[in-house]
Design a protein around this ligand. Structure first.
Ligand SMILES: Nc1ncnc2c1ncn2[C@@H]1O[C@H](COP(=O)(O)OP(=O)(O)O)[C@@H](O)[C@H]1O
Ligand SMILES: O=C(O)[C@H](O)[C@@H](O)[C@H](O)[C@H](O)COP(=O)(O)O
Length: 253
C-alpha cells in the first residue's frame, strides 16, 4: 500500500516521537528499578517479581501502594508459623508472627492452660491489625501467622486494609488460608513442640481452640490439609493469590 507523503510523514514523526518518549520513560523506570537485564514482557516468577515490587514500593511514587496480606490461620499447632515463614521467604516479603504481639499476661494465661477471653484478644488483634496496615500502606506484601479463629477476629485484621468495607471479603487486601488437620495430628505436634520447650501453648488448650474455630462460607476462605508438606502448601497459596499478588504494582509507564 502506498501512503501519501503528506499524511505519512507526520504519522512517522508522531510515532518516532512516541517511541522516543516511551524509551525515555522506560529508561527512567529501569534506572529507578535498577534493572540491568533486558525488559521483557514475559512474566517473571512470582518470587522475584514480588521481591522487586516490595523493594521499590517504598520509594517509587509511580507504583500503586496497596500490598497484599496473606494470613495463615487455624488452631494452635496446625502449622501456621511454619507455613507463613516459608511463604514470606518465597515471596521475599516480611513475616508477622502473631505470638510476638501477645502481652506477657496473655502468654502467662495460656501457659497455665487458661484460654484467652475476647477482652484478652482484642488489643492483641488490634496491634496485629496496625502492624499489617503499616506494611499494606507501604505497598508491601506480608505473610502473617495468626489463629484468627472467628469471623469477628478476622474482621479486626481485615480492617488493616483502610478501604475494606465489612462483608466485601473478596475485595479486601487481607486474605486468609486455613490449615486443618485432625485433633490427633495436632495434639501430637503440640506435645512434641512443648516437650522440646519450643512453645508456651499446652496441648490441653487445643479443644478450646477447635471449639472456637468457625468460618463463614461467604468469606470464601480456602481450607487446606495441614498434613501436606509445608512447601506444597506455600506453592498452592502463591498459585491461589497469583493475580492479587501481581496487581500489587501498576505499570509505571
Ligand atoms: N506441614 C507440616 N508437616 C509436618 N509437621 C509440621 C508441618 N507444619 C508444622 N509442623 C510441625 O508442627 C509443629 C507446630 O507447627 P507450628 O508452625 O508451630 O504451628 P502453629 O504456628 O500453628 O502453632 C511444629 O513442631 C512444626 O515443626
Ligand atoms: O486464643 C487465640 O486466639 C489463639 O490461641 C492465639 O492466641 C494463638 O493461637 C496463640 O498465640 C497460640 O500460638 P500458636 O497458635 O502459634 O500455637
Amino acid at each position: 500500500m502506498k501512503l501519501k507523503s503528506a499524511t505519512w510523514v507526520p504519522q512517522v514523526w508522531k510515532w518516532t516521537k512516541w517511541r522516543r518518549s516511551r524509551s525515555a520513560a522506560v529508561g527512567c523506570c529501569r534506572r529507578r528499578l535498577q534493572l540491568t537485564t533486558p525488559l521483557s514482557l514475559t512474566r517473571e516468577p512470582v518470587e522475584s517479581e514480588s521481591r522487586r515490587r516490595s523493594a521499590m514500593a517504598g520509594s517509587d511514587p509511580l507504583v500503586a501502594r496497596p500490598g497484599l496480606a496473606i494470613v495463615i490461620m487455624g488452631v494452635s499447632g496446625c502449622g501456621k508459623s511454619t507455613v507463613a515463614a516459608l511463604l514470606a521467604e518465597a515471596l521475599g516479603c516480611s513475616f508477622i508472627e502473631a505470638d510476638d504481639y501477645h502481652s506477657q499476661a496473655n502468654k502467662a494465661k495460656m501457659s497455665k492452660g487458661i484460654p484467652l477471653s475476647d477482652a484478652d484478644r482484642t488489643p492483641w488483634l488490634e496491634s496485629l491489625r496496625d502492624a499489617i496496615r503499616d506494611r499494606l500502606d507501604g505497598g508491601e506484601d506480608v505473610a502473617v501467622s495468626c489463629s484468627a479463629l472467628q469471623l469477628k477476629y478476622r474482621e479486626i485484621l481485615r480492617a488493616a486494609d483502610k478501604s475494606y468495607q465489612p462483608g466485601y471479603y473478596a475485595a479486601c487486601r487481607v486474605k486468609f488460608v486455613c490449615l486443618r488437620a485432625s485433633a490427633e495430628v495436632i495434639t501430637d505436634r503440640m506435645q512434641r513442640r512443648s516437650s522440646e520447650g519450643k512453645h508456651f501453648m499446652p496441648a490441653s488448650l487445643l479443644q478450646s481452640q477447635l471449639d472456637l474455630l468457625q468460618i463463614d462460607a461467604a468469606e470464601g476462605i480456602t481450607e487446606v490439609d495441614a498434613t501436606m508438606r509445608a512447601g506444597d502448601i506455600v506453592r498452592d497459596t502463591i498459585a491461589q493469590f497469583r493475580e492479587e499478588l501481581a496487581s500489587t504494582v501498576s505499570p509505571c509507564f
